[in-house]
Design a protein around this ligand. Structure first.
Ligand SMILES: NC(=O)c1ccc[n+]([C@@H]2O[C@H](COP(=O)([O-])OP(=O)(O)OC[C@H]3O[C@@H](n4cnc5c(N)ncnc54)[C@H](O)[C@@H]3O)[C@@H](O)[C@H]2O)c1
Ligand SMILES: [Zn+2]
Length: 361
């Protein structure tokens, strides 16, 4: 078992537990004085049938009442109507400020449960139990919560730190392979932006990772959680360093949108990372050899580096319209050697167009 403490405002805030079972869940939740409290487990229609019973049995033995709220899986549920339904259940069950929510599922469940916890009665406690790789290495850490609004992704939200993040690596065994590989897109990103040794390790252990070897999974999840923890601790309101997490996302988000969300998030990040590597090599920040090694690693994990059916000019325009703009200047994340991200404000429309032309076949 691994335990990583995350600081907020330089004070200890919450632990991330990385384990191979539900074994420690009971002890970890008991620390929160829940004996006389109610707990609502929020989950969705894919994850609920596999894990909700086991988790609910554990939680029920610790608190006065444990209820389950399950919604249809997928991004289409991540909206204010579904938050409405969560509020209604909490009001009907008379949840007060001392009660608690648990998010059991991928990033969709985590973002929604976190947002409900941030806003119900001006804020109640919540625990993250992330079950997708993307949620384990990224979305469950850092306190960003929210929902989509009228087709705009993550348009309404709040910062709300969880009380605990409990990761059971075994839950990755039921995750569809394409979702797992999509999560690997974010894992590789940490190698590119802050850890060259991790990048090299990922290159040397491809088979172990792809076959879900337990030690390999523990290593990649722990290393990624550390990376995310360090970035958010240095910049918990997303003013500076946290922007480096957007490596591959600037163009990736535009591709995701123009492909009408038919590609998974990590797949678009992989395509966006190729574009960012193109610009990095053009600006002499990485050598051709580093560029080739980077592209090779992405491909070896079966992630895409290009796409079709979209227009390069449209991708650039969509990128320039993204909310990551800072008073008209795009903050582009490049790498200055493998393992070191930089925030660059000098990337031009032409630089972007050149890179985007190379990701469209
Ligand atoms: N808050 C943040 O900082 C942050 C960061 C990145 C992404 N996000 C958000 O996260 C969401 C994407 O997260 P995601 O990729 O986990 O999506 P998701 O929650 O939709 O999960 C992906 C798919 O895997 C299934 N699934 C999850 N765990 C499973 C398991 N153990 N076994 C079987 N099936 C399982 C889900 O039912 C779903 O079909 C997006 O809404 C995105 O905006 C938030
Ligand atoms: Zn991402």
């Amino acid at each position: 078992m691994k335990r990583i403490n995350v600081l907020y405002n330089e004070q200890p805030c919450y632990d991330i537990i990385i384990n191979n079972s539900w074994h420690m869940l009971s002890d970890e939740i008991s620390k929160f004085d829940v004996k006389k409290r109610k707990i609502c487990i929020v989950t969705e229609s894919n994850v609920g049938p596999i894990y909700a019973k086991e988790v609910r049995d554990i939680v029920s033995s610790l608190c006065s009442k444990c209820i389950l709220f399950e919604f249809p899986a997928g991004e289409k549920s991540k909206n204010l109507d579904m938050i409405d339904e969560i509020y209604e259940v909490l009001i009907k069950e008379k949840f007060d400020r001392n009660d608690m929510l648990i998010a059991l599922g991928g990033g969709v469940v985590g973002d929604m449960t976190g947002f409900a916890a941030a806003t119900y009665l001006r804020g109640i406690r919540f625990i993250q139990i992330p079950t997708s790789l993307l949620a384990q290495v990224d979305s469950s850490i850092g306190g960003k919560t929210g929902v989509d609004f009228k087709g705009y992704k993550n348009m309404v939200g709040a910062f709300k730190q969880p009380s605990l993040v409990y990761i059971n690596l075994n839950s990755l065994k039921t995750l569809p392979n394409r979702e797992f590989i999509s999560g690997i897109g974010e894992v590789i990103k940490y190698g590119f932006i802050r850890n060259r040794d991790f990048f090299l390790w990922l290159n040397d252990n491809i088979d172990k990772v792809k076959t879900l070897d337990e030690a390999a999974l523990e290593y990649i999840v722990t290393t990624s959680c550390y990376a995310k923890k360090e970035v958010v601790e240095n910049d918990f309101t997303e003013k500076g360093e946290r922007a480096t997490l957007n490596f591959g996302h600037t163009i990736g988000h535009a591709v995701e949108k123009l492909k009408d969300f038919s590609l998974l998030h990590g797949e678009c990040v992989a395509i966006g990372m190729k574009a960012a590597l193109e610009i990095s090599v053009k600006k002499n920040m990485i050598s051709c050899e580093e560029y080739n090694n980077g592209i090779d690693l992405i491909k070896q994990y079966d992630l895409p580096t290009d796409t079709n059916g979209i227009d390069a000019e449209q991708v650039v325009s969509a990128t320039l319209n993204d909310k990551k703009m800072d008073s008209g200047v795009i903050k582009f994340i490049l790498i200055d050697g493998i393992g070191k991200a930089v925030i660059d404000k000098t990337v031009t429309r032409e630089d972007m167009l050149m890179a985007v032309k190379n990701i469209i076949v």
